[in-house]
Design a protein around this ligand. Structure first.
Ligand code: ARG
Length: 405
């Protein structure tokens, strides 16, 4: 027998062993090609094949692994732990408390919120997606996510597909001869081909510059269980009496070139409120990819959800009079307020996004009550955020929809 063949692997293992590194970690490292500086394996696992099907399996050492989210390598996130799509990680030894995930979003661990730091032995080859929602009609919120459940209740992060009416308005600009597509505002789907947003978000002379994206969740990842859909804009109708100074009548409708496929489980429409409903003091949700806090330069990658109360007109006007707006400030009837609780507010970049409130007779279903418009700072106590009042603008919406039929 050739002694060299036996000696080489022994030498390889032996040369890696340090006093404080257990032998099974070392064997793992040799098999899976993970280097462990500082005792923490934060390098990458190399993949040994390059299949391109949706969840191809690759064989590394003795273990079959699904394809990594991006690139050719798995990102390691601990001893014998790698980042894989959430739904490929079986529960069991895996930390499913959300702790890892929260760290992920703060920038360590796995790169996207769709990945989970998973013990190598817990990775399944086949995705185990949760049952899909089977609802027909507008306004159904998927509070447990579509396919996967990710967030912790305290995260202020939406589940994937939780607000299926949420869309992102993208703007195409030319910079140094290149087309750059950047996020402009939020919006909502009120019909498969019609988006509701703030008038301050769009300019009717630049229709060709906008694109609408539905089914988006993590804007930095394409690894969601279901893909987003993009549509071009065919026509923009802005409120004739929109005033860019005080943002009264801050409403616009975008008619798309083609309808979104609302048969997709994560894309659906939101219901519009009847004129006679009162939402004062009701706890509602705003969603958006805007800044988390006042002064934040960056928008968020993963869709935020903010739970906040609707504030009556009288209370809101009074609260806003205590700010720099002064004692004579009048809140226009086309505006309404929500929030006023510390740290719970929409903010810069959330403009045009929907504020939705549960229906009285079915708390799984929602009406769109507001459109994110403006605020005095973000998240300050007793300073509610100001929204276009969808109920008050409902007849305008109906009129425009009817004129297009
Ligand atoms: N005008 C901002 C935008 O278009 C939205 C600001 C919302 N502010 C607030 N405090 N709620 O992005």
């Amino acid at each position: 027998m050739n002694a060299k063949l036996i000696l080489i692997p022994i030498f390889l293992i032996g040369s890696c062993v340090t006093q404080d590194q257990p032998i099974n970690d070392v064997i793992f490292d040799v098999f899976f090609n993970v280097t462990t500086p500082n005792g923490i394996s934060d390098q990458v696992l190399r993949e040994s094949n390059s299949e391109t099907t949706d969840h191809p399996v690759t064989t590394v050492g003795q273990k079959n692994l699904p394809r990594p989210l991006s690139g050719n390598s798995f990102q390691a996130c601990g001893t014998r732990m790698v980042c894989v799509r959430q739904y490929l990680c079986n529960n069991g030894k895996v930390d499913d408390s959300g702790t890892k995930l929260i760290e992920i979003r703060l920038g360590s661990g796995c790169n996207t919120g769709l990945e989970k730091c998973c013990d190598i032995s817990e990775i399944s080859d086949e995705p185990t997606l949760n049952p899909l929602p089977s609802t027909v009609g507008c306004g159904y919120r998927n509070k447990n996510g579509v396919g996967i459940k990710i967030s912790e209740p305290t995260d202020n992060v939406a589940e994937f597909g939780e607000f299926p009416w949420m869309v992102r308005i993208l703007e195409k600009t030319i910079s140094n001869g290149k087309v750059v597509i950047s996020p402009k505002c939020g919006g909502s789907l009120i019909a498969p081909r019609v988006v509701l947003t703030g008038a301050h978000c769009v300019n009717t002379t630049q229709i060709l510059n906008y694109r609408v994206r539905a089914g988006e969740w993590d804007s930095k990842s394409n690894a969601e269980p279901y893909p987003h859909q993009d549509r071009e804009v065919e026509e923009i109708i802005m409120h004739e009496n929109y005033n860019s100074g005080n943002l009264k009548n801050n409403i616009a409708l975008l008619f798309l070139a083609t309808a979104f496929d609302t048969a997709a489980p994560h894309i659906n429409t939101i219901c519009l409120p009847p004129a006679n409903t009162n939402f004062d003091s009701l706890r509602c949700f705003a969603s958006g990819w805007g800044a988390k806090n006042q002064g934040d330069e960056n928008l968020t990658n993963i869709l935020k959800k903010i739970d906040l109360p609707v504030v009556s007109k009288a209370k809101c006007q009074n609260a806003l009079r205590q700010t720099r707006l002064g004692p004579f400030f009048k809140l226009h009837s086309s505006l309404m307020c929500a929030g006023g609780e510390i740290g719970k507010d929409t903010c810069k970049g959330d403009g045009g996004s929907p504020l939705v409130c549960p229906m009285a007779n079915n708390s799984d279903r929602y009406y769109q009550v507001g459109i994110v418009s403006w605020g005095i700072g973000c998240g300050n106590e007793n300073v509610p955020g100001v929204y276009a009042n969808v109920k008050a603008l409902r007849s305008w919406i109906d009129e425009k929809l009817a004129s297009k039929d």
